[in-house]
Write a protein that binds this ligand. Sequence first.
Ligand code: PHE
Length: 339
Amino acid sequence: MFDQVKKVQKELDKAIVTTTTELETFRIKFISKKSLITGLFKLFKTVPSDQKKAFGEALNELKKEANRKFQFLAAHLEASTAFSSESPDVLLPSIPFQIGGLHPINIVKNRMIEIFERQGFNVSEGPEMEDDWHNFTALNFPENHPAREMQDTYFLEKYPDKLLRTHTSTVQIRLMEHGKPPFRSIMPGRVYRNEAISARAHCFFHQVEGLYIDRNVGFKDLKNSIYHFSREFFGKETEIRFRPSYFPFTEPSAEVDISCFICKKKGCKICKNSGWVEIGGSGMVDPNVLKNCGIDSKEFSGFAFGMGIERIAMLKYEIDDIRLFSENDVRFLRQFNGL
Ligand code: PHE
């Protein structure tokens, strides 16, 4: 008798359950009315009376243990199936790691640098907080020039003789007064102007300045440089055009236009039906500027140009609002990832 109890006990100890079907098999085998344990209870009447007590106790203990194990297995199975249905499939590829992208201003700036570097230009930088000499006086601005007035220039309250540079031409001066010609440099950077903010204008934006000073540098070299840049940046069919203009620091001066690469000169919204779009200002460095920097204008000459990075980016990517560049809206910025 007791051997049979021990045998069932052993089977109970060994029983493992990993699915609900196996749990049901366990229930039938050890708990149900047809279970092995119920079968053992039926043997009770055949047990000699002096052993009935011990046999009854052993059976009751076995029954309790079977019930305990059943409860435990059922709870365990429920917990593990709940976990496995909620936990991720470990074989799925992981969520891609989101890396940031370059800001469109930097994309355009880097591309411009790359193109001009191949023409032999190096990169120079200067401070954003400047003085009157570098921003105006050395650049041959007459004393009463309207660009010096308060509405264009941010002067600093704390340092009355300092201002936020209104253009990157300041770096031309810094370069020339600290070095010796030849110079062949491009100067990217941020500039500030006290302008009403709109879709077309902002109180800060970015420019790339270019300066080439050497013996016998002429207007043809300026044209060549701009022509090469425009074709590289906007496409091989791009034409350029120089319109006479005025800057205090260049003589002669010219605005630079490129043929509209959107409509191929047929006329569209971007070029306002003119077939041409402006990309910057340029000219031959005024001898007064060279003199202000201690350079002999009889021996050396050169050209300078300045282009707005936002303007070029807006043309290239057909962006119609300059404010988008400084609003940090990822829906805008994300579109330039991978460019
Ligand atoms: N500094 C001028 C501007 O900001 C652009 C320019 C640069 C013009 C160099 C001529 C030569 O408008």
